[in-house]
Write a protein that binds this ligand. Structure first.
Ligand code: COA
Length: 301
């Protein structure tokens, strides 16, 4: 296995590309900013907190990545429009938009106010659409800085919470369901009309992120983990590598997909029978069922 600091991709796969990453100054977003930059992209990061932005940009620049930070809140359309325009003015083109800005906290549905629900939808779902909407004019084929046949790329960071249902996450489950739907619809419309690929990444629990410290705080985390059969933490690097794959030519035929990067965690279910019991009874049951349909006693046939 490759050490997680080493990338298996060539360092120039995104040479000449410009990426704008919302929530790109911290957590998963920052690792995506870093890895896109390390593979040749110039990087604009958008976030609400000036100091966090400044320190992220200094780290990126110390890695020789052309980087700039723009303050803004994805909930405000004027911020989205301003940051997209500034990114274009600064770098002369936009090739990749990564929507990584998200809001989250644990709350039982009955304790969650409609405004709490709305706040997370505003950041995750409406914010994602707003950024896509504002960036379209730079991402579409023939846009300033692009040629007339190839469009750019959008990556929306999602989750797996809404594949089933998730305790205390009604707001984020609803928000990410909308994000996935947005990914597919934009992939259809903008893939067809403008040659823009639109994909998502659905991370599982990723270590050392604001999301993990909010959703599995030390005080309550370990009990929840013990109840999850395949539980293991992913790394921010895992998500950034998925983003690189989608952003590189390796992903050129992928459109409208949300790639699950969770080690198979969302598939896990509690084991309801020991393996040994299955070995012992399964063939016996099979033999019996050949002689009589299951559930119908011989006397009734
Ligand atoms: N439990 C229940 N409700 C909560 C809550 C919690 N832990 N935290 C916030 N809320 C509710 C507030 O009470 C408020 O609703 P109300 O007006 O009916 O009382 C609503 O959510 C908005 O909260 P507010 O603090 O005003 O919003 P904000 O815009 O300052 O912050 C958050 C947005 C709440 C999503 C904040 O957690 C955030 O900024 N998150 C970004 C970072 C992040 O979450 N990263 C992890 C990504 S996985």
């Amino acid at each position: 296995m490759v050490a997680s600091t080493e990338s298996p991709f060539k360092p120039d796969i995104l040479k000449g590309k410009v990426a704008l990453i919302t929530g790109g100054a911290s957590g998963i977003g920052f690792e995506i900013s870093t890895q896109l930059g390390k593979h040749g992209a110039s990087v604009a990061v958008m976030g609400r907190r000036k100091q966090v932005l400044q320190s992220a940009v200094s780290v990126l620049q110390s890695l020789s990545i052309p980087a700039v930070g723009f303050e803004g809140d994805v909930r405000k359309q004027e911020d989205a429009a301003r940051v997209v325009d500034l990114t274009f003015k600064h770098f002369g083109r936009i090739d990749i938009l990564v929507n990584a800005a998200a809001g989250n906290f644990l709350a039982a549905a009955e304790d969650l106010s409609p405004n709490g629900f709305r706040t997370v939808l505003d950041i995750d779902s409406v914010g994602t659409f707003t950024m896509c909407h504002e960036a379209l004019k730079y991402l579409k084929k023939g846009a300033p800085g692009r040629n007339s046949s190839s469009g750019g790329l959008i990556i929306n960071i999602s989750a797996t919470l809404h594949y089933g249902a998730s305790w205390y996450q009604i707001h984020v489950s609803a928000a990410k369901a909308a994000v996935d739907s947005t990914t597919r619809n934009l992939a259809l419309e903008w893939g067809t009309d403008y040659d823009i690929r639109v994909n998502g990444i659905a991370p599982g629990p990723i270590g050392e992120t604001p999301g993990m410290s909010k959703l599995a705080p030390e005080e309550i985390g370990s009990r929840g983990r013990d109840e999850m059969p395949l539980y293991k933490l992913g790394e921010k690097w895992d998500i950034a590598m998925a983003a690189l794959y989608l952003a590189s030519d390796a992903g050129k035929y992928i459109n409208g997909d949300t790639m699950v990067v969770d080690g198979g965690l969302w598939l896990s279910r509690p084991r309801y029978l020991p393996k040994e019991a299955v070995r012992q009874v399964s063939r016996e049951v099979e033999k019996r069922s050949r002689n009589e349909p299951i559930g119908v006693p011989k006397s009734k046939l």
